[in-house]
Design a protein around this ligand. Structure first.
Ligand code: C6P
Length: 404
């Protein structure tokens, strides 16, 4: 499939912003949505809307079937063993809160330790800190080298006989670094320690096989991988999920309720309290099909070309500093230009039609570690083109000339 054929599936890419053709380079925050996903949402609302797992009537059965077909799609997508291991959430954030509250809350004890990394998104830091108000455990932090890669020797040295859990991002939303998850998992498992993986920035770019990674939990959001907003997935090994208490209470997650005692539903429903976003869940299957039809091979090779080309062109600009230069890197470029404030760069780029993100990217501890307030971040998706990279570089040169 050509990039132009891919682009034609995303109507938003044809619009202009501030009188210029839109160059959308904030894909790490959220990617754009192909027509087939929006059509699936329409179809759910216009033809199949009824509450799921509740009605005996045909419409409810159809909605339920579409939701559960999507769960099977996600199972295949991650190569999970069973659909019991696929829990729908509101996003990565809710998935990580679920793990911290339910798994962390039921397994950690006062005096225990967990390991995070300095490149974590707030969604993989704050839920653990909230849990610290209930349990007095310690958070240890893996640092990075000058390329933005995790220091695995230091990681190994953090383990003690009180280490109970490692929670780590697969791909950094700031540095782009692709972390060696299998190695990280093996090191932890050899000490009997469980591993949670934040896959929010991995699934848009690379194929994930949870069995090959041997991760105990894996979380991601649909809206960053061409799917609808408001939907995420938590994968967990069945035996772990089986032993965890429910995260929220309400309809759907129960077996039998009396005022004296409530029993809980089987997996995965035990963790899906209330009416789910069955419209979004059904449409997520179309995003997975879009990725399958496009293929991760094409996504990876095209994004790699965009990354290499844009990085080289950016480095021609005097005073350019790029944060994150790992050889194994997703197409995310965080940068600062000497003498230019990151907000000014972002706002002026917008005037020229280029959408990038500025600020701390919800990774303040990483910014503190790097000794900076924030960066400008340009991030690519499979529909971006080399011509857009050129437009971005031309706009950036103009902005830098203006600010200096
Ligand atoms: N990062 C970014 O611009 P939610 O908001 O739940 O869909 O995803 C949270 C999240 C968790 N982990 C990582 C590594 C992430 O990058 C994100 C979201 C966006 O970088 C929005 S802050």
């Amino acid at each position: 499939m050509s990039i132009n054929e891919i682009r034609s599936q995303f109507p938003i890419l044809d619009r202009s912003v501030n009188g210029r053709p839109l160059v959308y380079l904030d894909n790490t925050a959220t990617s754009q949505t192909p027509r087939r996903v929006v059509e699936a949402i329409d179809d759910m609302y216009f033809a199949h809307k009824a509450n799921v797992h509740r009605g005996v009537f045909a419409l409810s059965q159809e909605a339920t079937d579409l939701q559960e077909a999507s769960r099977e799609h996600v199972r295949k997508f991650l190569n999970a063993r069973s659909t019991a291991e696929i829990i729908f959430t509101r996003g990565t954030t809710e998935a990580l809160n679920l793990v911290a509250s339910s798994f962390g809350g039921s397994t950690l004890r006062d005096g225990d330790e967990i390991i995070l990394t300095v490149m974590e998104h707030h969604a993989n830091i704050v839920p653990w800190q909230l849990l610290q108000s209930r349990i007095n455990f310690k958070i240890k932090v893996v640092t990075i080298n000058e390329r933005g890669e995790l220091d695995l020797d230091q990681y190994r040295s953090l383990f003690t006989d009180r280490t109970r859990l490692v929670s780590v991002t697969h791909v950094s939303n700031v540095l782009g670094t692709v972390n060696p998850i299998r190695e990280i998992v093996d090191i932890a498992h050899s000490r009997g320690v469980r591993v949670v993986v934040d896959g929010a920035q991995a699934v848009p770019h690379l194929a994930v096989d949870v069995q090959a990674l041997d991760a105990d939990f894996y979380a991601f959001s649909s809206h960053k991988m061409y799917g609808p907003t408001g939907i995420g997935v938590l994968y967990g090994k069945e035996q772990l999920l089986e032993n965890m208490p429910p995260y929220q209470g309400g309809g759907e997650m129960i077996g039998k309720v009396t005022f004296e005692k409530t029993t809980f539903a089987e997996l995965p429903f035990k963790f899906e309290a209330g009416t789910p976003d069955f419209v979004g869940i059904a449409a997520l299957a179309q995003a997975l099909d879009f990725i399958a039809d496009t293929s991760y091979e094409l996504i990876a090779s095209h994004e790699h070309e965009l990354l290499q080309y844009t990085t080289a062109r950016m480095l021609e600009i005097p005073g350019m500093r790029i944060y994150g230069t790992a050889p194994d890197k997703a197409a995310v470029i965080s940068f600062l230009v000497d003498g230019c404030h990151h907000y000014d760069v972002g706002m002026l780029l917008d005037q020229l039609g280029v959408a990038v993100r500025t600020g701390h990217h919800c990774a303040e501890p990483l910014m503190n570690y790097l000794g900076i307030e924030g960066t400008v971040r340009a991030s690519f998706a499979v529909y971006n083109t080399l011509a857009e990279a050129d437009a971005f570089i031309a706009a950036l040169n103009r902005v830098v000339a203006m600010l200096r």
